[in-house]
Ligand binder design. Structure first.
Ligand SMILES: Nc1ncnc2c1ncn2[C@@H]1O[C@H](COP(=O)(O)OP(=O)(O)OP(=O)(O)O)[C@@H](O)[C@H]1O
Length: 205
């Protein structure tokens, strides 16, 4: 995935991203850190095609991530899975929405069949995050952008989730972008760590 000279100006006219270029190779792990408000989530939404940049491009295999009518190659996992799951839907319904995940993905993420009749509120944060990730790891998923996905979890649940997820990404050659405030986590997981500050990427970090 290649993001070239990405710029984003908010509807109020504030510059949020100011010429960010980023390359995420297939089967690699890249981490992005930086202070609150630096523009990390905005960058994540643009890289995954959820938000159109004011200028610049994001391409996978030379095709824009904004192009409609093609399977989504880049998936975005937000910090709070509650944001992308309807609290009134059972886990079974959530998982089935958009086509059931592959059994081996459910297995690799440790999603239990006993969770199927439960509502999101009846799962722990880590369990719900795993359900949410299962929906994003489709056969067509080539890149996954994780935006502080373990920030609300205890150390053990964090480790378990990252162990499971990085193994899936390694086997499927998925490029993983890890956005996190946790410098130890960034250095443990990623081959390369970048820092975003005031909408600009510091490649020397
Ligand atoms: N649509 C928008 N309209 C106005 N301002 C916006 C919009 N989207 C983002 N911003 C602003 O852009 C800045 C960057 O936000 P963003 O969420 O990308 O930062 P972040 O680095 O992910 O922060 P955090 O680490 O706290 O999650 C913030 O000041 C935010 O208020």
């Amino acid at each position: 995935m290649i993001g070239a000279d990405i710029r984003y100006t908010s509807p109020e006219g504030t510059t949020i991203l100011d010429g960010v270029s980023i390359t995420l190779p297939k089967a690699s792990i890249l981490a992005v850190g930086g202070p609150s408000g630096a523009g990390k989530s905005t960058l994540a939404r643009i890289l995954s095609g959820h938000t159109a940049p004011s200028a610049g491009t994001v391409e996978v295999d030379r095709q824009s991530v904004l192009r409609k009518g093609r399977p989504r190659a880049v998936q975005y996992a937000p910090q709070s899975p509650e944001l992308s799951t309807d609290p009134r839907w059972t886990v079974g319904r959530i998982l089935a929405n958009g086509g059931l995940p592959q059994p081996e993905i459910l297995d690799a993420l440790g999603v239990q069949t006993s969770w199927v009749p439960r509502l999101p509120a009846e799962l722990s944060g880590g369990q719900l995050q795993r359900v949410s990730l299962a929906r994003l790891l489709r056969p067509e998923t080539k890149y996954l952008i994780c935006d502080e996905i373990t920030a609300q979890l205890d150390a053990l649940s964090q480790k378990e989730l990252w162990d499971r997820l990085t193994e899936i990404c390694r086997l499927r050659e998925i490029g993983l972008l890890v956005i996190s405030h946790d410098i130890t986590l960034r250095h443990r997981l990623a081959q390369k760590t970048l820092t975003l500050a005031r909408g600009r990427l510091d490649n020397s970090a």
